[in-house]
Write a new protein. Structure first.
Length: 258
């Protein structure tokens, strides 16, 4: 393999990690950029997923740090819902490691398709959540109650297994449950998604094969992207972000089914 080819591969993976860091901080679904990028360079689906999950952990917490002002006063909420994310992430990671690779290859295209649907309908879900908040007023449980905990746990299982669009799922759940501003909800989303990726990454490091070069490049890019997303990414037109995600997601499905 030539040095020029290596440089092109490393640059593409780093760039995908940076873009994913921005997307994960602002919307979610950054995996739909990094995962197909790794597939395009010949990584197997399971190795790509494991390395991608590990690489995106620093970016998740970079984005959460960028939202630290919006997290003020939400410590108890994060502790309660964070327990659901941690437990769900562990279960999802265990499922990935114990199910055969053929099962992952069969399931992932369906998961990506579901993620794309969620990305497309997100504005409608957001409008519905806003109506629910207006009808409910300001009275709500600080941590959302058992139904929200169960929903965050289920999202954690999904995130530990694959992860694409878990941020979109979390935004929908939190937006329905709380009357806080979208920016405060987004700050919590970044923490919860980071916890899922973090516990899954620990298991993957201990029990699975990892491409450290890919994980390192994604990590470096996602840290920068997380800061960009927290500062300026929220100003980007959501329609543009959703369009990019849909195009890349379709490419990933085609790659997996080829």
């Amino acid at each position: 393999m030539s040095a020029a080819h290596d440089l092109a591969e490393y640059t593409a993976i780093f760039g995908a990690g940076m873009a994913a860091g921005v997307m994960n901080t602002v919307v979610g679904s950054g995996t739909l950029l990094t995962f197909p990028t790794l597939l395009a360079f010949g990584y197997s689906p399971v190795l790509a997923n494991v390395s991608n999950t590990i690489g995106l952990v620093p970016g998740s917490f970079s984005g959460a740090y960028g939202y630290r002002a919006e997290l003020t006063g939400q410590r108890r909420r994060i502790l309660i819902l964070g327990s659901a994310s941690v437990l769900g992430g562990v279960l999802g990671a265990v499922l990935l490691l114990h199910l055969p690779a053929s099962a992952f290859q069969s399931i992932v295209p369906v998961l990506i398709a579901l993620a794309l649907v969620l990305v497309i309908v997100q504005p409608r879900v957001g409008a519905w959540a806003a109506r629910r908040r207006a009808e409910r007023g300001t009275a709500h449980r600080e941590a959302g109650g058992p139904l929200l905990w169960a929903g965050v746990f289920a999202t954690g299982v999904y995130g530990g297994y694959f992860g694409a669009a878990q941020g979109v799922l979390l935004l929908a759940l939190l937006g329905i449950a709380f009357t806080d501003s979208l920016q405060r909800v987004n700050g919590v989303k970044n923490i919860l998604a980071g916890l899922v990726n973090g516990v899954a990454a620990v298991l993957f490091i201990a029990l699975s094969h990892v491409s450290w070069s890919a994980a390192g490049l994604i990590a470096a890019g996602s840290i920068i992207g997380g800061q960009i997303g927290a500062k300026v990414g929220r100003k980007l037109p959501p329609t543009v972000l959703r369009g990019v995600i849909v195009c890349v997601g379709i490419a990933a499905i085609v790659k997996l089914l080829a």
